[in-house]
Ligand binder design. Sequence first.
Ligand code: NAP
Length: 267
Amino acid sequence: MILKSLGSTEVKIPEIGFGTWQYNGGVEPLRKGIDLGAFLIDTAEMYGTEGIVGSAIQGLGDQVFVATKVSGTHLKHDEVLRAAESSLKRLATDTIDLYQIHWPDPRVPVKETMRAMETLVDRKMVKFIGVSNFSVKQLQDARKSMDKYCIVSNQVEYHLMDRAIEESLLPYCEKNDITILAYSPLARGRLTSKPMLRHRKAMGVLQEVANQTGKTMAQVALNWCNAKPNVVSIPKTDKVERIIENCGASGWRLSAEQVRSLDRAFR
Ligand code: NAP
C-alpha cells in the first residue's frame, strides 16, 4: 500500500482508505482493509456508521486513522464541541484523527466554527482539522480565520466522470499542502457497471487499460485518482472480496500514457 503525507504533517496515510456512507458490511470488511494496509476509515456523524467503525477499530490504537465529520448543520461553536463529544462516544475512542467540516454553512461565520475546531485540538479530542465540499474561496476564508493550526485536507468528489476539481481546487490544494480525500472515487459504482450510452466509448478505454495492466476497472479507476500526488481515495464497499480488490489498486502506477488516454476518454 502506497502511503502519502497528510497535508504538511509528518503523518502518513494510505492512498486507499474506506468510506462508510451507506455501509452495511459489519466489522469484517473494515478489519480486512486494515490488515491489508488501508487503515484510513472515513465516517460522519450523519452516516450512522460511527458505531460500527468504533467496533472495528477496538484495540487497534494507533494502527488506524479515523476520519469523521461534523454536519454542516452543526457549525456554531458549541454545536461543534457537542458533535465531537458524541462522535468520540460512538467511536469509543479518546481522539479523532481527522475531524472534518462536512459541508460549509454560509449562515455561520467561519471564524466561529474554526475557533471550535482549534479548541478540539487544544483539548486533544482531535488530532487534525479537515474540511469537505469546500471551494477555493471557502478554504481561503477558513484558513485565514485560524490562529494555531492548519487545514490538512479537503474531502471532495473526484473520479473519472467528475473532474471539476482539476480546474482550480486540485492545484490550489497541491500548492498549499492540502490532501484531497477523493469521495465517490468509483462514481458510486457507475465506473464498474454496464455503461450508459454517453459513457460507452470512455468505458471501453477504461476496460482496455484494465486489460493492458491485468487489473480490474475499479483498480484502474482508483489508481487514476491516486496518480495525483496529493490525492487519496476512499471507496466504499460492503464486501470483503471488493475490499481486497480495492486495496490492489495501490502498490503500482498507471503509465503516463495510460493516464493521458483515460484523461482524453473521460474529458
Ligand atoms: P463509491 O465508493 O464511488 O462507490 C460505492 C459503490 O461502488 C457501492 O455501490 C459499492 O458496492 C461499489 N463498489 C465498491 N467497490 C467495488 C468494486 N471493486 N467493484 C465493483 N463495485 C464496487 O461511492 P460513495 O460510497 O459515494 O463514496 C465513497 C465514500 O466517500 C463514502 O462512503 C463516504 O465515506 C464518502 N463520501 C463523502 C461525501 C461528502 O460529502 N463528504 C459524499 C459522498 C461520499 P458494494 O458495497 O455492494 O460493494
